[in-house]
Each structure stands twice: as C-alpha cells, then as structure tokens.
Design a protein around this ligand. Structure first.
Ligand SMILES: *Cc1c(COP(=O)(O)O)cnc(C)c1O
Length: 392
C-alpha cells in the first residue's frame, strides 16, 4: 500500500502496522490480562522457533536485554568486555551498567563489523565476554567471532538488535552467541513499540534472565526445585524489565508477518541499489556472498572526496527538502560521555571515525515507493552536485 499523499514529507523510518496488529492489541486489552500472560509466552515461542533456540525471554527493551545478558554471564566490575567502536551506544552502555570496562574494536571498512583478528588481539585474562553486533543487519564475520569465543572460552553475546530474520548460509542471526538479544524499537524489522528479547539454548541462563527481569522473583522452575511458595521471595537483586501483554500482542502479530516485512524491506533496498549503483561518489552497503540480508537501514557512504562537513550539509539539505536522513553512527568512544570517562581522542579508531564521517542513512521503511526512492536519490545527488560545483 503506497502512502496517502505523494507530497508528504518522507520520514526516515515508519513502522508497518496493519489491522492484524490493532486487533491483537485490542483483544488483549479486552482479555483483562495485561502483564505476564499468554501473549508474552507466544511471542517468546515465535522468536525462539524462528532463530532455532530453546528459549526466548521477552524484556522491555533491547538495552534491558543486553544488561541482563551481561548479568546472567556474571560479568563484574573490573572485567573487560569487547565491543564494537561503530555501533549504537546501547551495545557499550550495557557494559558500564555492570561496572565492567568496554574494550572497543575498530571496524572492517567494508562490512562495518568488528574484525575478528582485531578482537583476538585484544583478548586478555580480564576479558569476560564479547558483545558482537550485526551492524545494520550484516552478519559478516559472525561465524569467525563464534569460533574465537569457543577457542578462548569467552562467551559471545550477540547484540542482534539490527538483524532479526537475517542469516549467513544456514545460520540465522541470533544463533551465534551463548545468548543473543533482539530489539523491537519502531525502526527495527519488527516492532512492539518498545521491547526486546533474549534468546539462548542454556536452561540456567534463561531461568536467571526470567528471574532478573521480574524483580528477582523465583521463576516457576526455581519454585519447584526449592519449594519456595511465594512470588515475594526475592532471591536476588532484580529489575522490572518485563514486556507487557499489549507489547507482546503487537509482537505476535508482527512475527506472523515477518517474512512479508523482510520482503518489503528487500524490495526497497533493491530499489536504492539499482538507482544508486552507477554513482561513483557513493559506497553502497556491502552484502557478502551467502548472506541473506534482513535489511534494517539503508546507509550509503560518500567517497573520501567528501568531508564530514559536506556530509552534514547534505543531510541538512535532505531535511530542507522534507526527506529524512541521519548520520548513523558516530563511533561510541568519540561520544562526549565516553571521551570524558575514558580519555579517548580522535584517531584512536581510525576506520570507524573515517567511515562515520561520511555515512548517510536514507529513508527506509516498507511502504516507500519506487517513486519516493527516486525522489530521495535525486535530492541526494542534487546536494552532492552542489558541493562539487562550489569547489570547482
Ligand atoms: C536498537 C538497538 C539496540 C536496542 O535498543 P532499544 O532502544 O533499547 O530497544 C541495541 N543495540 C543496537 C546495535 C541497536 O541497534
């Protein structure tokens, strides 16, 4: 279904909500059961089944899921956790929540993921986990990271928040790590408004995460094991990271449409690639052979003829033309908070810094028409031409 008015502004992102989602949420409201009920269980089953895992544990956000993943692995103050320099801030913040130290790894200039050889170089006696991200949904290098995790016996946490539905060969995103975490913010492949999910094959870790998300209450299985009768026996410091039945109902309806949603996103990505392929001043997203991309965003990079200021000028120009655009992602160690806390300085992560100065995330959502893709690309190219002209 195309959007209503062709002259409307084109947003950066937009969730794909149909009557099925609305019906699911309204039925749940009418059911009277608004928290920890059958919708959550169904949503957890659907995700676990899809990625081939024994357990799904729904939580209130992807970030909450990452926090619990590190707690469940027992990561403590003074431990080190390896994580990408180029990612969304949550993949490093979760390490600070448990008092551990993030060890940032520069990215591969093509795939934008951590380079396994760089990861290996940074492993020390203090390394207690690796948080790996499929940046923009790309699983490149993930099997090598899983092999490193086995070789050094350091658990891998997959921050799979950008990759639901993607796979490399037969391995779905979400099955590489000891645990993986998905996020369901409205710009992701599926949304629950706010929400996340931990998946794992480890019964003990799943149980622990269920307890931690629910104020540290004993879970059904620990109640049975230890004869604890009350849900007010708080065994450990817990959190309220529960996912409500309303959110889960939205998630169930979205999961039932997952393949349709992925296909729609592939159509838009293909339209961009076709339209921009011939432009030698743009680097388009890299998709390695044998990769099935579940597209999260469509991020292009300007060639190194362009500076960070040029990129910002182009993004402002797109905004002036009512076209959404963003500078995904500034390197996490270069964010003011991380620079203040750890003393990072420009040049510490040269590849991530150079890449992030030239990225532009273009409008990307299921209902973007070919005409709108063309309009976005025309505006982008107009801005690029203006810069080239101003120089000549
Ligand atoms: C979206 C995202 C998250 C989780 O975000 P929430 O807003 O907490 O759901 C975590 N890591 C990455 C890499 C993400 O893109």
């Amino acid at each position: 279904m195309p959007r209503s008015n062709a002259a409307d502004p084109i947003p950066l992102s937009q969730p794909d909500i149909t009557e099925a989602e609305i019906r699911g949420v309204v039925e749940t409201l009418r059911s009277g059961r608004l928290s920890t009920g059958p919708r959550l269980e169904e949503f957890e089953r659907l995700i676990a089944l899809r990625v081939g895992r024994r357990h799904g544990v729904g939580v209130s956000s992807g970030t909450a899921g990452l926090h619990l993943a590190l707690l469940a692995l027992g990561v403590k103050p003074d431990d080190e956790v390896i994580t990408p320099a180029l990612s969304f801030v949550a993949s490093a913040n979760c390490i600070l929540y448990v008092g551990a130290t993030p060890v940032f790894i520069d990215c591969d200039p093509r795939t934008l993921n951590m380079r396994p050889r760089e990861v290996e170089k940074h492993i020390t006696d203090k390394t207690k986990a690796i948080v790996a991200v499929e940046v923009f949904g790309n699983p490149a290098g993930m099997s090598d990271l899983a092999a490193l995790s086995t070789k050094y016996e350091i658990p891998l946490i997959e921050d799979a928040c950008e990759g639901l539905g993607g796979r490399y060969l037969d391995d779905p995103i979400g099955r590489y790590g000891r645990l993986a975490v998905f996020g369901f913010y409205p710009n992701k492949q599926i949304t629950t408004g706010e929400g996340g999910m931990i998946v794992t094959d480890d019964d003990r870790i799943a149980d622990l995460c269920r307890s931690l998300r629910n104020h540290g209450r004993p879970t059904d299985s620990t109640v049975a094991d230890e004869g604890l009768g009350s849900c007010l026996v708080h065994e450990r410091l817990g959190y309220n990271y529960r996912l409500s039945e309303l959110h889960a109902a939205l998630g169930v309806a979205q999961m039932r449409r997952l393949d349709e949603l992925i296909e729609a996103r592939q159509r838009v990505a293909a339209a961009y690639t076709r339209r921009l392929m011939g432009n030698t001043d743009l680097i388009l997203p890299t998709v390695e052979p044998d990769t099935f991309m579940s597209w999260f965003v469509y991020v292009v990079r300007l060639s190194d003829r362009f500076t960070a200021d040029d990129r910002n000028y182009i993004i402002e120009g797109l905004h002036r033309h009512d076209v959404g655009a963003a500078d995904y992602f500034p390197p996490i160690p270069m964010l003011p908070f991380y620079r203040r806390m750890f003393g990072y300085k420009p040049g510490d992560y040269p590849v991530a810094e150079s890449v992030s100065q030239r990225t532009i995330a273009l409008p990307f959502f299921n209902r973007l028409s070919d005409r709108e893709v063309d309009l976005v690309c025309q505006t982008l190219e107009l801005m690029m031409t203006r810069i080239a002209f101003a120089r000549s």
